[in-house]
Design a protein around this ligand. Structure first.
Ligand SMILES: [Zn+2]
Length: 265
């Protein structure tokens, strides 16, 4: 019995140490890059009703009230939201980050970017970038509130609040252990880029699932893409980062406000 007890305590301590190292690593990385730019990577925002009714377990859709609380905090504390051009200028050393700088990005080109996110951005005078999956704009929405709905091509008009750039035409699908990007050659990836050019600009690009490889880097260069964004690195971007793998924070629906404040501090 004593041995089992000892083993249990040993395993528990092991988990505790691993947990502390994991958290410690994130905290150290955060402070090492504290002078950089936090780039927040959202997906969708749905009404509080729809969140509860249809997307309770779906971490990529935030409830409207939670999202609005974050945006109200940015506005109240005079945060400045950078455009992609300003991020590029900052990366090239031609722009000094203002105090309280942050960048807001939204992946996938969801319809709720137009119906829920943009009105909140306007209300608080904030700017954001939406990375659109080109082929989704061509498939009919089914008006079922429990399904994902996407922007139409006619919705992709840049203005003082929002800008639209590429999240690939159709490079998302992932088999269990294989990312689609890893199954395609340079020509096939380049073909995907050509298809998206008719829909949205690829001057700035967000990798599907944040995944990159040598072939797609080759295509980014070929197409003169200025900056490309990864996902889930959970640290600030700095001018020392790779132009084609800029880090973003993963924004998720259960995110506590203290964590939000900490990452943008
Ligand atoms: Zn995506």
């Amino acid at each position: 019995m004593k041995t089992i007890k000892r083993m249990f305590i040993f395993v528990l301590c092991g988990y505790l140490v691993i947990g502390l190292i994991w958290i410690g690593k994130d905290i150290i990385t955060h402070y090492l890059n504290i002078n950089g730019l936090p780039i927040l990577g959202y997906h969708g925002v749905v009404s509080d009703h729809d969140k509860k009714a249809y997307f309770n377990d779906y971490t990529y859709y935030m409830a409207k009230s939670d999202f609005e609380e974050q945006m109200a905090y940015l506005a109240k504390n005079n945060f400045y939201t950078l455009t992609m051009t300003e991020i590029e200028d900052y990366y090239n050393g031609n722009y000094k980050l203002p105090k309280n700088a942050v960048a807001l990005t939204f992946d996938d080109g969801l319809l709720n970017f137009k119906t829920i996110v943009k009105p909140i951005l306007k209300k608080y005078n904030l700017k954001a970038t939406c990375f659109v999956i080109g082929h989704k704009t061509t498939i009919a929405n089914n008006n079922n509130p429990s399904k994902h709905q996407y922007l139409r091509k006619k919705d992709l008009i840049n203005d003082e609040y929002v800008e639209f750039y590429s999240h690939s035409y159709n490079l998302h699908h992932k088999k269990k252990y294989t990312k689609k990007i890893d199954t395609l050659n340079i020509e096939q990836i380049n073909n995907d880029f050509s298809l998206n050019k008719n829909i949205v600009s690829d001057k700035y690009f967000a990798f599907p699932y944040g995944a990159t490889n040598e072939n797609i880097i080759n295509v980014l260069k070929k197409n003169n893409v200025s900056l490309a964004f990864g996902y889930n690195q959970n640290r600030n971007m700095t001018i020392n980062d790779d132009q084609y793998l800029l880090p973003r924070y993963l924004m998720f629906s259960e995110m506590p406000m203290f964590y939000f404040k900490w990452i943008i501090q």
